[in-house]
Design a protein around this ligand. Sequence first.
Ligand SMILES: N[C@@H](CCC(=O)N[C@@H](CS)C(=O)NCC(=O)O)C(=O)O
Length: 229
Amino acid sequence: MIILYTTERDYPWGTLRSTHASKTKVVLEEKRLPYRIENLPPGNLWKKPPEMTARHPLGKVPYVEIEEEGVTIYDSTVINEYLEDRYSWPRLLPLDPLLRAKVRMVEQFADEALLGGNLPPIWMPYWSEPEKRDISRMEKGREGLRTRDLPYIEKLLADAPPGGYLFGSFSMADVPMMVLAMVLEVDELPLHQFPQTDNYLRRLRERPSYRSISPRVKVAEASALRNPT
Ligand SMILES: N[C@@H](CCC(=O)N[C@@H](CS)C(=O)NCC(=O)O)C(=O)O
């Protein structure tokens, strides 16, 4: 069994989840792997209790425990590539070296520009009550999306081969974009200027794997999806 350590919590405005752990959840779902969630209190990300740093030296999520192997693997990209190497179906990274590099390049862009860049200023305030949110910080994140990241995604989509995804069929490059779809479902940033991205994010939300990270699917409901009881 694979145990995914993450942070998820239900709020009146939607169920919020760790963005990086959501990347791993999507890959577990896409590969139809059985897994169990270990839901850590959000405060652990700041407190970093020893039981957490014993598994991840930086006290971050996600990390996964692979029970059969008796090992823990941390970092969403490393976990996802491990899952790809170990469970090759359905393939999320192409075998051709150049195409593989292109897919990884976009995944890396999304990690740095979105998950480590403009999404946290938008997403983190939703973990607090509306009156405690730093509105100007949220707006800065949105402006970063509008001026840098969304134009690039719009261009990637304009150049994409047919199939509906960034590289034709769904790949590792689309995985962090599922997280963008998740954040913008709560934030409802208008996307009129980015029509291809708007349609693409809607398509991502229709994938069965999105149910596991959808803000409309509560923690308990999502946990029942692929978890054996
Ligand atoms: N490169 C790591 C980043 C993980 C990360 O930053 N996770 C956030 C939650 S979404 C976290 O644990 N934040 C607490 C911290 O930065 O100390 C990955 O891809 O897994």
